[in-house]
Design a protein around this ligand. Structure first.
Ligand code: GDD
Ligand code: MN
Length: 360
């Protein structure tokens, strides 16, 4: 059986037509299927109209009352689905209903686990040309190149084998459930060309905030796909911002409390290390929150002190044996020291401070 998931928000002008189209297609193609409308309590009464189908047809309507969101609605649909294959389609008639057999056939024949409708392969495209929309879509697709081979990663039209979904932990962040599933579930994917039609009725719900959410979602998926690289990037972001804390404390103590700069530097170091520890624990390392605060902190301070020694040590070696003491070479020596210390601090943090060793 096929479960067709239809997420809706304010689709009062489209819901009747799309459900009727889907039912007609199921009958014509002789496909056993159910339609699950997941509505986010649309104020325009979309759900009430969808309810009109439930007595006579294999249609069910689920109304989510809080926490609006396209991905969340689709995930709810997955939970409710009884079929072996789930198909997700927009309710605004943008996605071609007649492509459904082509979307589900390869999965049923076990040629792949997932199909995605694509505008960017041979045979696909846009029904009505909109330059802005196409540029935004192309750019969004480009940004996802590092995590997926999909030609149209922002597509919302997909079909997937149900057991793949069951095994996954889906993050309902953002709008791009297709990308989420494709990246995390690692299914075998086949792309199906589609002509994407602009909605004729109602308004798109994806505004500026959706674009921001998309970037946040991408960031999460990149972190998921390249955990060590992105952990290191986060670690460096924290480190660089920690440098500002360090300098701010230093300046404050020297200017306002008249400390000797060398003495003030000790407090600046402590402030920066504390700041770095707090943010690395909360943000850089996913397991950070499971770390005992105090023992983790002490070990982090120790790692940083060793790191500082490495920094000075590398600098010392370069000056002594590579004669890098003349301007501007000593700056390069210092930078190489900082790079070595950063790598050491990162490895020490990853494999010691934020490891199982200090779990609560
Ligand atoms: N339940 C629920 N909750 N459904 C929602 C919500 C929500 O918060 N927001 C939107 N939807 C439903 C709409 O009712 C529609 O059926 C579908 O999700 C797509 O929303 P549109 O408002 O039509 O978005 P779009 O046309 O800008 O975006 C479409 O095109 C993109 C590619 O250009 C969607 O298909 C995206 O998934 C797709 O990536
Ligand atoms: Mn749309």
């Amino acid at each position: 059986m096929i479960s067709i998931i239809l997420p809706t928000y304010n689709e009062v002008e489209n819901i009747r037509v799309i459900v009727a189209n889907l039912l007609r297609l199921l009958e014509k193609e002789n496909i056993e299927g159910e339609i699950i409308v997941v509505d986010d309590d649309s104020p325009d009464g979309t759900a009430a109209i969808a309810m009109g189908f439930i007595e006579k047809y294999p249609v069910s309507v689920y109304v989510r009352k809080s926490d609006r969101g396209l991905s969340k609605a689709v995930i709810k649909g997955f939970e409710l689905a009884k079929g072996d294959v789930c198909l997700v389609i927009d309710a605004d008639l943008s996605h071609p209903v007649e492509k459904i057999p082509a979307m589900i056939r390869p999965i049923l024949e076990d040629k792949c686990d997932m199909t995605v409708g694509s505008r960017y392969i041979e045979g696909g495209g846009w029904e009505d040309f909109s330059l802005v929309r196409e540029i935004v879509s192309k750019m969004a697709g480009f940004l996802a190149k590092g995590i997926t081979t999909l030609s149209d990663p922002t597509s919302g039209f997909m079909a997937i084998r149900k057991n793949i979904i069951n095994e996954m932990k889906l993050d309902p962040l953002g709008w791009k459930i297709v990308l989420e599933v494709a990246v995390k579930g690692k299914p075998r994917i086949k792309e199906i060309p589609i002509l994407f039609g602009e909605r004729k009725k109602g308004r798109s719900k994806l505004g500026f905030k959706a674009q921001i959410d998309y970037i946040r979602h991408l960031w999460h998926l990149y972190c998921y796909s390249y955990p060590v690289v992105f952990q290191f990037i986060k670690f460096c972001i924290v480190g660089i911002s920690g440098l500002f804390i360090d300098t701010a404390v230093l300046v404050a103590l020297v200017e306002y409390v008249s400390f000797d700069p060398r003495f003030a530097a000790i407090f600046a170091f402590i402030a920066a290390v504390t700041y770095n520890y707090t943010f690395n624990r909360a943000w850089t390392f996913e397991q950070g929150k499971r770390i005992k605060i105090v023992s983790g902190y002490i070990s982090f301070v120790l790692v940083c002190i060793v790191g500082l020694t490495i920094r000075i040590g590398v600098m010392h070696l370069l000056i002594k044996y590579a004669e890098m003491d003349k301007s501007p070479l000593y700056i390069i020596a210092s930078l190489l020291g900082i790079i070595s210390a950063t790598i050491f601090n990162f490895l020490g943090s990853r494999y010691l401070v934020f490891s199982k060793l200090f779990f609560k």
